[in-house]
Design a binder for this molecule. Structure first.
Ligand code: NAD
Length: 290
């Protein structure tokens, strides 16, 4: 396929390189990044022109809307705009409507799997869009990822991603505060893991990504909380979940509290640049009045 790829940062560049390695004809564009071994265009519109599929991998919904306004008029009728960025549901739906106005189809397909998954081609895609559009880009998901779930119409991919990550953020906080309580009760962390990981408190954050160093499978806690999944990225996704909850009038008190705690951690404490499981040392150093 002829593919335009816009947004070649930490995630976009390795995804684009995997498409090139699989034999696709990729033209890239980025405001700043200049990856080697890729043909680059001078503008986003030039990268999008004549492409069968244009992939965007951008920081947020406002940038997505502005790039979409530049590229949609240049794209060939029938082409697909595949947005893999994590953005708000409203921007995903707006972008899809704009694509339709230009005779294009679109898929929102945010990913999980991080930079490692992007490089290894093992991302999971959560996709929203028509059956036809999904079928057209499915071969690309196979190259860049190991799994793609077609979640529903436009915006459904973003909805799935932020609901998942809201659970993840809330669960990580619950796991960390429980470890800090166990410490104060004199309970050994390994014993705590042995019980909880096989009892009804088990979760992905406890069993697969344990925030206590030296306990459970190897995770960022064993590497001085180097990300992994950085706290500021968790904060971004929690903010998106609360933006969506306000827009859909959903009651999400735990998600709201998780957003506040990660905002405090990233903006006022020392959480910036640390893995999101570094909430454990945060709780460890606090008491009820601090
Ligand atoms: P990044 O900041 O490394 O890359 C974004 C790129 O977009 C940058 O190179 C920037 O120059 C470029 N850009 C910004 N505005 C542009 C414009 N108008 N035109 C062209 N290029 C422009 O970010 P990333 O880590 O690659 O993340 C990309 C998206 O993937 C984000 O939405 C993020 O939330 C999501 N995501 C990231 C991870 C992760 O672990 N990094 C995991 C899952 C999802």
């Amino acid at each position: 396929m002829k593919i335009g790829f816009i947004g070649l940062g930490n995630m976009g560049a390795p995804m684009a390189l995997n498409l090139i390695a699989a034999g696709h004809d990729v033209v890239g564009f980025d405001l700043m990044a200049r990856p080697d071994s890729m043909e680059m265009a001078q503008t986003a519109a030039a990268a999008a022109k004549d492409a069968d599929v244009v992939i965007t991998m951008l920081p947020n919904g406002d940038i997505l809307r502005s790039v979409a306004a530049d590229i949609h008029p240049e794209m060939t009728a029938g082409a697909v705009h595949l947005d893999c960025s994590t953005v708000d549901v409203d921007s995903a739906r707006f972008t899809s409507q704009q694509a339709e106005k230009h005779g294009l189809s679109s898929v929102d397909a945010p990913v999980s799997g991080g930079i490692g998954g992007a490089a290894a081609g093992t991302l999971t895609f959560m996709a929203g869009g028509s059956d036809d559009a999904f079928a057209k880009v499915a071969p690309l998901f196979d190259i860049m990822g190991q799994k793609a779930v077609h979640c529903g119409d436009a915006g459904a991919g973003q909805a799935a991603k932020i609901c998942n990550n809201m659970i993840l953020g809330v669960t990580m906080i619950a796991t960390c505060e429980a470890f800090a309580l166990a410490d104060k009760l004199g309970l050994d962390r390994q014993k705590m893991f042995d019980v909880v990981s096989t009892s009804s408190g088990y979760s992905w954050t406890m069993n697969a990504y344990c925030p206590a160093p030296g306990v459970g499978p190897v995770s960022p806690s064993d590497n001085a909380y180097q990300p992994g999944f950085a706290s500021e990225l968790m904060l971004k996704d929690l903010k998106l979940s609360q933006q969506a909850a306000i827009s859909a009038d959903a009651d999400t008190p735990m998600g709201e509290l998780a957003q506040k705690l990660y905002a405090l951690f990233v903006e006022d404490e020392d959480g910036l640049g640390k893995d999101f499981s570094a909430m454990l040392p945060r709780f460890e150093n606090r008491n009820r009045s601090s």
